[in-house]
Design a protein around this ligand. Sequence first.
Ligand SMILES: Nc1ncnc2c1ncn2[C@@H]1O[C@H](COP(=O)(O)OP(=O)(O)OP(=O)(O)O)[C@@H](O)[C@H]1O
Ligand SMILES: [Mg+2]
Length: 290
Amino acid sequence: MKMDNAKDQNTVTLDRRRDISQNPLCLSGKGVTRVFGTGRRQMTAVDHVDFEFRKGELVSIVGESGSGKTTLSRMLLGLLSTSDGEIWFEGKPRDISTRAKKRQYWKNIQAIFQDPFSSFNVFHKIDDVLLDCIRMTGGRDLPKEKKTELMTQACSFVNLKFEELTNKYPFELSGGQMQRLMIARIFLLKPRILLADEPTSMIDACSRATILDMLLNLRDEIGMTVIFITHDIGLAYYISDTVYIMEHGKFVEHGSADEVILSPKAPYTKRLISDVPKIHEAWDLSTVEG
Ligand SMILES: Nc1ncnc2c1ncn2[C@@H]1O[C@H](COP(=O)(O)OP(=O)(O)OP(=O)(O)O)[C@@H](O)[C@H]1O
Ligand SMILES: [Mg+2]
């Protein structure tokens, strides 16, 4: 895929870990569980997990396919009910018992999914996608010029040109442009929490680095908590403040990225790390061809 508009890759630095241990709690959970099916077909996809994610924290949840990452993210998003346990948002039990409360919660949490094309209504033009974000954040009555200014600003944050996107439909964009448009949406929505479920897996390593760089800029700019879900422990090491390792629905280990990756305790973590030949070099971008 062509790296249109992306900045020089050698300037991208993903290593921006910070100490967030004193920040207030943003999202936390105790005993969070999800069981699917009944009787003999019953299976526990997420099994009594505890977590504490702080404001501005970049957390990675790492685990192999089927370990329960997406199931957990759907519960965090309030798209799937929990079978057991409690989720707390900003120090209070999360209440999404009514439609109105759910809608209120969704102002605070946004998601980026594996396939950017699945996230957009194909019949909505790009302008409508962005205008929706402005409306959702209370900008419905802003003058047209102000709305255009906000959309232009959001696009330029992700190196897209609004003039080139106006009147286009999502399917007229490349995969990389779509990913960036998703980040432009987040720029406008400014949620407290962003949940990114392998957002970069379908694009090449170069654009992947650029997208991650943009996500990290956004985290720094608006102080949002980023929950990053991935199979890639090398990448998680590089970008995260904190890493949670998930195996068969359980968190087998968590801690600062350095603690977990440089001195792993769980055999599962050790195995994931041994699968990455040179973890420190896994994200040496100078070796990526531009
Ligand atoms: N709606 C569902 N009904 C029944 N089982 C489900 C459902 N959703 C997920 N599962 C099962 O729960 C387990 C965890 O799935 P999940 O999608 O959360 O894994 P994952 O860690 O996101 O995997 P991947 O890395 O492949 O995306 C799997 O065994 C899956 O088959
Ligand atoms: Mg998944």
